[in-house]
Design a protein around this ligand. Structure first.
Ligand SMILES: [Zn+2]
Length: 225
């Protein structure tokens, strides 16, 4: 649970702009370099902090499309939760609190990343578990919002196993799991260790596996280049 809490918070932060900007998950964010050194993380922390003050790209008025009302509710709920958690962590560890979001400001990433970097320094195991539960709910809500908006969308990648372009779709599976499914017209059979699960004979990768999947795509593209 201790490792998962950080991964969940970082995941919610990574997909935050997709939630706000209504971008199709998978076309841009999942396929990026994910191995971050401590220096890069510190730099990004600082950058996020500066961006919060200098930039209002993520503010409500600047959104390129009106947000779906239930997505907006998710955004607002998570922003409040992230701000609260960051304040609690700051309080427990004796850091100065981050400034609260300004009016119309909807960027939860500085708070999520602040908590992700420091929550494991909090000695209170019950508190860490409390944060872990909230972080997992955040992942579920972000995933469902993205899925609700983008379900059925094709991802702009070639499946590295069946080599079909545009075969991957975002789907909500029975049970509410959000996943990428390879809906290739040919048989797609990744090796067992590379596939999250199967659904109707098709390989499926739950949204939490997308980082790993992204690294695989990158490696395949590099080999091809
Ligand atoms: Zn495939």
């Amino acid at each position: 649970m201790r490792d998962e809490v950080v991964a969940d918070l970082e995941w919610a932060a990574e997909y935050w702009p997709d939630l706000i900007e209504m971008r199709i998950p998978g076309t841009r964010r999942p396929w990026r370099q994910t191995e971050l050194t401590p220096e890069v993380i510190a730099e990004r922390d600082e950058r996020d902090r500066i961006e919060r003050f200098e930039r209002s790209r993520l503010s409500l008025g600047a959104s390129p499309a009106p947000l779906d009302i239930s997505v907006l509710q998710t955004v607002l709920d998570l922003l409040v939760q992230a701000d609260d958690l960051a304040a609690q962590v700051a309080d427990l560890l004796g850091y100065e609190e981050l400034p609260p979001p300004g009016p119309g400001e909807m960027d939860a990433r500085p708070y999520l990343l602040f908590v992700a970097r420091r929550v494991l320094d909090v000695g209170d195991e019950l508190f860490v578990e409390h944060v872990a539960r909230i972080a997992r709910t955040m992942v579920d809500r972000v995933a469902h919002s993205l899925c609700m908006v983008y379900t059925g969308q094709a991802l702009d990648v070639e499946c590295p196993w069946c080599h079909q372009p545009d075969a991957w779709r975002v789907r909500e599976l029975p049970g509410g799991q959000v996943a990428i499914v390879c809906e290739s017209s040919v048989v797609c059979e990744p090796p067992t260790r590379e596939v999250g699960t199967w659904w109707g004979g098709r390989p499926v990768w739950p949204i939490q596996d997308w980082e790993r999947l992204a690294r695989h795509i990158q490696a395949a593209e590099e080999r091809a280049a």
